[in-house]
Design a protein around this ligand. Structure first.
Ligand SMILES: CC(C)(COP(=O)(O)OP(=O)(O)OC[C@H]1O[C@@H](n2cnc3c(N)ncnc32)[C@H](O)[C@@H]1OP(=O)(O)O)[C@@H](O)C(=O)NCCC(=O)NCCS
Length: 146
């Protein structure tokens, strides 16, 4: 990370990390769906440890679950002190990406077929986050209508 990514204290901006997560999640979603995608939501982004100028940042993304037109992409961010080789898990984020057709309308995506226990766990947890997200949205709408 360079000085353009950081504040005057040398801490990399959270927004810079978020942008990287968004881009990498988008690539994972395009690979899975074969379509162009948009970010519908980004939630549960954590910043567990600071990232400093001079560190090497690696962002990995996995499509955890796919529904009709949307996918949950899990992103893991790690920083590396290049001289010592020490690697720190600094952030996790979950993004909902929606696949679009040529007219810009949401379009169906292929299902995820988990093979490993890890993949099944990711799919299960993604389903739980989606259920919670939709339940929260419905509750808020209901309470506004009352
Ligand atoms: C995302 C978007 C295409 C959804 O459009 P829409 O008219 O709500 O479409 P639908 O109601 O058919 O929903 C499509 C999917 O998006 C999901 N979705 C919509 N809004 C969502 C939200 N706020 N959070 C999570 N998922 C959402 C729906 O659950 C649905 O998923 P499913 O088909 O797998 O069940 C539209 O809101 C949009 O274009 N947003 C702007 C995206 C953008 O500009 N992103 C930043 C730059 S990439």
């Amino acid at each position: 990370m360079g000085i353009q990514d950081a504040n005057t204290g040398g801490n990399v901006h959270g927004g810079t990390i978020m942008k990287m997560c968004d881009e990498v999640a988008g690539v994972a979603a395009v690979r899975h769906s074969g379509c162009r995608v948009v970010t519908a939501a980004m939630d549960r982004m954590t910043f567990n440890h600071p990232v400093f100028v001079g560190q090497l940042v690696t962002v990995n993304a996995t499509v955890n679950a796919a529904w009709r037109t949307s996918m949950e992409v899990g992103v893991r961010v790690e920083s590396e002190d290049v001289r010592s080789g020490e690697i720190t898990h600094t952030s996790t984020a979950y993004l909902t990406m929606v696949a679009l057709d040529e007219q810009g309308q949401p379009t169906d995506v292929p299902a995820i077929e988990p093979d490993t226990e890890d993949e099944r766990r990711r799919q299960r947890e993604a389903q739980l986050r989606r259920d919670n997200r939709l339940r929260e949205r419905d509750e808020i709408r209901r309470s506004r209508d009352e």
